[in-house]
Write a protein that binds this ligand. Structure first.
Ligand SMILES: [Zn+2]
Length: 332
């Protein structure tokens, strides 16, 4: 299938490629020059200021330090990335506070973009903390995103409602990790089909929600089992909740980082092409490199394949690779 699409594109004689989305045919050389000229912006990065001890895997360091991350970026073709905090006790032992993120980013401002990370239970573990003031303070210091929120709380928990309100008032987008369940995982909690998230999308229309994780990307299609929700479902995609919610709510965005984001596209490249084309202004490239010795997402290659096979246009490729991130982070 790919080979025949590719030779069709190479021939360059027809006006459109049969992908469902009418995209002008590009000759292979043009496709390769788009790829060569487009450096990625990573919407979801982690690193630490100093090397951390192994935590999840006995023998492996959990995260890059800044210079290791830059080496990965140079290899993959990433211009710069958003350093997200790991400020929730559910999934890390500490090590990258907002102050450390600001310090790390200041040392390489052409490669790193700072975020603000505050645990939602800070400021008294109640629903009245003045997060607006804190978020505005860090926004004015240059932070462009709030996150990654990994607290294992329901979206409708009053603590989270207060947190969203403060983030919306500061005008920062919010990156969240969605958990498959509560009590023994990390990430915000919602039921299948994301009814709590939908209420938040209505209640905070100016808050841009950047969704990520297995349980978020699982909703790209229909599914039946808990294992699918907690893992990496395979096979063709029959439209799921994500497309429905994104059509209805312009403040929902997709962060393609980690194995889950890549898997949601790679499992069905034809659907991926249609999904990226429909939501081309709200889907963003990301890597989430957090076990570099073990796994680095092949998302860059998946997007290149989608472009080379005519499933997405050069314009969609550029938006997902970098332009959406630059616009949403107010960097362009
Ligand atoms: Zn995450």
């Amino acid at each position: 299938m790919e080979t025949s699409r590719r030779s069709f594109i190479k021939a360059g004689g027809a006006a459109t490629v049969a992908t469902g989305a009418a995209c002008p045919a590009m000759v292979a050389d043009d496709v390769e020059s788009v790829i060569a000229a487009t450096r990625f912006i990573d919407i979801h990065a982690h690193c630490t200021e100093f090397p951390m001890p192994p935590v999840y895997i006995k023998t492996a360091r959990p995260l890059c330090i800044a210079e290791d991350l830059v080496a990965h970026y140079d290899r993959i073709g990433v211009e710069k990335g958003v350093i997200l905090s790991l400020c929730n006790p559910e999934n890390f032992i500490g090590g990258m506070t907002t102050e450390q993120i600001l310090r790390t980013c200041a040392q390489a401002p052409d490669r790193f973009i700072p975020s603000v990370g505050i645990d939602p239970r800070a400021l008294g573990n109640n629903a009245f903390g003045d997060f607006e003031r804190v978020f505005k303070y860090y926004r004015d210091k240059g932070c462009r995103v709030c996150g990654e929120v990994c607290a294992n709380l329901h979206f409708l928990d009053p603590i989270m409602q207060n947190y969203f309100k403060g983030c919306e008032a500061a005008g920062l987008p919010l990156t969240f990790h969605l958990a498959a369940d509560e009590d023994w995982l990390y990430g915000l909690v919602d039921e299948k089909g994301l009814p709590e998230l939908e209420i938040c999308l209505q209640r905070f229309p100016r808050l841009r929600f950047f969704g990520h994780s297995q349980s978020f990307w699982c909703e790209i299609g229909r599914y039946r089992t808990w294992d699918e929700r907690a893992g990496y479902p395979t096979g063709p995609v029959e439209e799921g909740r994500l497309a429905q919610l994104m059509r209805k709510y312009p403040n929902l965005y997709g962060d393609l980082s980690a194995g889950s984001g890549n898997n949601s596209l790679a499992r069905d490249l034809d659907y991926a092409g249609r999904f990226l084309t429909e939501f081309q202004d709200r889907i963003m490239f990301g890597l989430d490199i957090c076990a570099p010795d073990r796994y680095v997402s092949p998302l860059a290659d998946t997007l290149k394949t989608l472009l080379r096979t005519g499933r997405i246009t050069a314009s969609v490729y550029r938006k997902v690779a970098r332009e959406n991130q630059l616009r949403e982070l107010a960097l362009a």
